[in-house]
Ligand binder design. Structure first.
Ligand SMILES: Nc1ncnc2c1ncn2[C@@H]1O[C@H](COP(=O)(O)OP(=O)(O)OP(=O)(O)O)[C@@H](O)[C@H]1O
Length: 569
């Protein structure tokens, strides 16, 4: 069982109420005012439970944490947080009040308690500072005891599932440590110069923010491995993602290379907006038995924000999806002079497709596309530009679904079913952050409508008419697209939906028939695009009627995978 038991208190207000129309970007003041006004609103305390064991047993929360109007300045003179850190938060970062998750976890996470904690709170509610502040305080408290000089001593290791998120966390840690110039925050992420990273870490490193693969690479270097000899805090951000099948092997290897947690008195923290069952089962990798599970998500509530309207746009066929995307953006433009939209697509090739369509229309703000097939330097540039943009459209895959904090995103559009419920929640969480307003639009075909009905059944979607008036424009753009590109998009479509066949209850033949209709009507392909024999085999579609199978190109026949195939996001 996943959730700690919840009491019957009313829900605490978030940063800002639904009808509050103050400007979106005045983040800190919005939060301050809301926290201050929460005296008049009954609050549901976050749920805290001390784990008896590493596997949940249905126990009840052991304690509730009062959520008064906790202010950072209240910590002055408490000896819990270094006065300079408090100055940084209140004067430099300009945060006066704690967010609910910060208030709920601070005392457990700070020295001297330094409890191991699994923490759940909604997207965009300040979880990053909730783990950074206590971990940085531990670094400051213990630093004077570190006798060894001349070799780096990493105090805090934060692991993130994506490079973009790692960079963002490192930036927040740097901001928090800005009045402590002797402490250094370093990155270990893929897609960048490894030697340069290594040099920087070995020069000096107190806080390391890393993605699992690159971290493991660095751990092969004995000097870097040695820098973890007295690691004090290990944080997994987006813990449910890091502990799922895709990453858990790497995570086990990493933890196996770290010193024994009891010997170094290492504190473990797991943070996420979504905590699935597998997290409780795997938590012992990082947390000691008896860890606390703290959730600020009220009982029976989904992790999406109630105040964020979630519109459901249904179209008849996959061929109308592109036009519906354009229709949604045009409607957005009618509502806001400046707007920032993120469009989430199921695969990299489909993201390229929608990005291309939208970028060809003259009435759109700047459009960029982001996915894992793009080089890291370009990804970083696109991320930074979108963060700073006043009005822009970002078409992306799940690489930015979790944790990314882009200010001022007015609407998140999800096109087609996401890979799972958690992905839907995290994607939606890119809007309405830190008390701002925003909305979600979920575009599905009739065939996909089982997903919101069954997988997202707790969410009350607002039915919204589909505007597909751009059908002819989309077709005109698709018609002149490169044929190979269209073939790849078709193939990506087949690959993605093949993985979700169970939900659709389609046979392989029905899947291919749908894909072919998409190719002809949505991508304007004059003929069904051909697919290489080995790719058909890899997709599990061998012998399926309706496919145009061609021999493998020479490279594939020599046993190597053809370029540009597969379903990477
Ligand atoms: N006490 C605070 N007062 C006002 N704003 C805050 C406070 N703490 C954090 N923020 C801001 O809130 C925003 C969201 O914070 P953060 O990115 O940590 O959210 P999160 O809970 O980690 O979200 P996600 O689940 O999407 O990762 C950031 O812009 C951050 O600077």
């Amino acid at each position: 069982m996943d959730q700690p038991r919840h009491s019957n208190h009313h829900r605490r207000r978030g940063f800002r109420g639904k009808n509050n129309t103050r400007p979106r970007r005045a983040r800190t003041d919005e939060h301050r005012t809301d926290a201050a006004s929460s005296q008049t609103t009954a609050a549901a305390p976050p749920q805290v439970r001390q784990e008896e064991d590493t596997v949940m047993t249905g126990a009840t929360p052991e304690a509730t944490v009062p959520l008064d109007d906790a202010k950072f300045s209240d910590l002055k003179g408490s000896n819990l947080v270094h006065p300079t850190l408090i100055e940084t938060i209140t004067n430099d970062l300009k945060f006066s009040h704690m967010t609910p998750v910060q208030a709920a976890t601070l005392h457990d996470l700070l020295p001297p308690s330094r409890s191991d904690c699994l923490v759940q709170a909604k997207t965009g509610t300040g979880k990053t500072l909730a783990f950074l502040l206590p971990a940085v305080q531990t670094l400051i408290t213990n630093h004077r005891n570190q006798a060894e000089r001349g070799s780096p001593v990493v105090s805090l290791l934060v692991i993130s599932p994506t490079r973009e998120l790692a960079m963002q966390i490192a930036q927040e840690a740097t901001n928090l440590l800005q009045r402590f110039p002797n402490f250094h925050v370093r990155l270990a992420i893929g897609g960048t110069n490894k030697d340069q990273e290594e040099r920087r870490i070995l020069q000096s490193c107190n806080v390391l923010v890393a993605t699992p693969g690159r971290l493991l690479d660095h751990m092969a270097n004995e000097d870097i491995l040695y820098s973890f000899r007295s690691l004090e805090t290990l944080v997994l951000d987006e813990a449910d993602r890091l502990l799922d099948m895709g990453f858990s092997k790497a995570l086990r290897e990493i933890v196996g290379k770290l010193p024994n947690r009891k010997e170094v008195n290492r504190q473990g923290m797991l943070f996420s907006a979504t905590i699935a069952q597998h997290v409780h089962q795997a938590a012992d990798l990082v947390l000691s038995p008896g860890y606390k599970f703290i959730s600020t998500v009220p009982a029976g509530e989904t992790n999406t924000h109630q105040r964020v309207p979630q519109l459901l746009v249904k179209v008849d066929t996959f061929s109308s999806v592109g036009a519906a995307v354009v229709g949604c953006i045009r409607e957005e433009a009618k509502q806001h002079q400046d707007f920032k939209v993120i469009i989430f697509a199921p695969t990299a090739h489909l993201a390229d497709f929608y990005g291309h369509i939208v970028s060809q229309l003259s009435d759109m703000p700047p459009v960029s596309t982001l996915h894992s097939r793009i080089s890291q330097s370009k990804r970083t540039k696109i991320t930074n530009e979108y963060r700073d943009a006043k009005s822009a459209i970002l078409v992306a895959t799940d690489v930015i679904a979790r944790g990314m904090d882009f200010p001022g995103v007015t609407t998140v559009v999800q096109v087609g079913i996401p890979s799972d419920k958690e992905s839907y929640i995290h994607r939606l969480g890119r809007t309405a952050r830190a008390g701002a307003e925003g909305r979600g639009i979920f575009i599905v075909t009739e065939a996909e409508s089982w997903f919101p009905r069954w997988t997202l059944k707790e969410i009350s979607f607002i039915p919204h008419p589909a505007d597909v008036s751009a059908l002819a424009e989309v077709e005109a753009i698709a018609t002149v697209m490169d044929e190979t590109d269209r073939a790849r998009i078709y193939q990506a479509w087949l690959g993605y939906y093949k993985n979700h066949l169970k939900g659709f209850k389609w046979t392989n033949e029905e899947l291919v028939a749908q894909g072919n209709t998409f190719a002809h009507d949505g991508l304007a392909c004059p003929e069904t695009p051909p697919i290489a024999k080995s790719t058909v085999g890899k997709m599990g579609l061998k012998g399926t009627r309706g496919l145009v199978v061609v021999p493998d190109p020479p490279r594939a026949r020599s046993g190597r995978a053809p370029r540009g195939r597969g379903n990477r996001s």
